[in-house]
Write a protein that binds this ligand. Sequence first.
Ligand SMILES: NC(=O)c1ccc[n+]([C@@H]2O[C@H](COP(=O)([O-])OP(=O)(O)OC[C@H]3O[C@@H](n4cnc5c(N)ncnc54)[C@H](OP(=O)(O)O)[C@@H]3O)[C@@H](O)[C@H]2O)c1
Length: 343
Amino acid sequence: MATSSPPPPRVCVTGGNGFIGSWLVKLLLSRGYAVHATVRDPRDPKNAFLAELDGAPANLRLFKADMLDYETVAAAFAGCEGVFHVATPVPDQKMVDPQKEMMEPAVKGTMNVLKACSATKVHKLIVVSSIATNCFNPDWPRDKIKDESCWSDKEFCRQTENWYSLAKTEAEEMALEYGEKNGLHVVTFCPGLVFGPLLKHVAVNTSSKVLVYMIKGGPDTMNNKFFPIVDVRDIADALLLLYNKAGQSERYICSLDQMDLKDLLAILKSMYPSYTYVDKMVDVDFSVGVTSEKLKNLGWKPRKLEETLADSIESYEKAGLLGVSDDEPCRLPFIYRMPPIQE
Ligand SMILES: NC(=O)c1ccc[n+]([C@@H]2O[C@H](COP(=O)([O-])OP(=O)(O)OC[C@H]3O[C@@H](n4cnc5c(N)ncnc54)[C@H](OP(=O)(O)O)[C@@H]3O)[C@@H](O)[C@H]2O)c1
């Protein structure tokens, strides 16, 4: 008698159309998972690329969901054993209403995700946070590398109007606390600045805009920040690794190379001398030294920075992002501008 094979494990990725979300969906499909991907508008042409991913016809279902609308979130999680919560806005312009634009989708959105996990009997939740929850802590000794025990100081974030870090910190703390209290297996994940090839060539995300701006240049002066950098494909690998191996209530930093952005610029210029490049950079007192040892000890093996840069540039070329255009000049996402908040 023929035996039928068990159904593939079913998981949901919130924000499955985003830069990180789409690479995660692609990886999960390639490993045989059945994937529910949430998007805010399944009919938006910017999401059409998802249906073309290998394995999508058989194993990918798109769900229309807004993280602020609990019912839509719970409907997307039904039948899933695990959830990767990726969806959060990452603004590239100064916010007019930070409460509405950032705090609510990040914090209320994550609470909806947590409650929906409990209601639909999801076993595991991986929350994509950020090193923004880890690196804004004036009490941490300057010469000590930051590990998972370091948290951004929320009051400091509020005073400095660093709404993204405040929102991500509140959401991450809340997720870990909720998991502890309610017996939900929650793991949080804090990546550095993410580069790498784009799977969709419209609606370019904020971190990719930083690299595009560095290559093309434009009217803005750039902060020469010291930053941890990581490849989007290594992020997807790390997320699946955490899903399969990380323990309950654990937190992981994820970054490969850490350098001043002017050193990154020098590497880019040595690899590709003919681009125009950003020509105005100012040193700022901002240093984010973090360690990813915990993730490496779990088996994470990131690729080399040069591969990330080469593949990013090839993808930007294909998308026509590096050509000369008569449109608006290329602009730098506001937190990388000097002065940092100027409009
Ligand atoms: N890229 C980085 O350097 C970096 C570094 C550290 C952490 N992260 C974190 O990684 C995650 C993804 O970032 P990304 O770079 O991939 O950005 P992205 O491409 O802009 O993706 C953001 C995703 O969130 C969705 N989203 C935003 N608000 C939503 C809401 N209210 N309801 C439902 N979906 C919503 C967006 O959907 P729409 O398409 O409908 O707008 C999109 O799918 C975020 O949590 C971010 O904080 C990113």
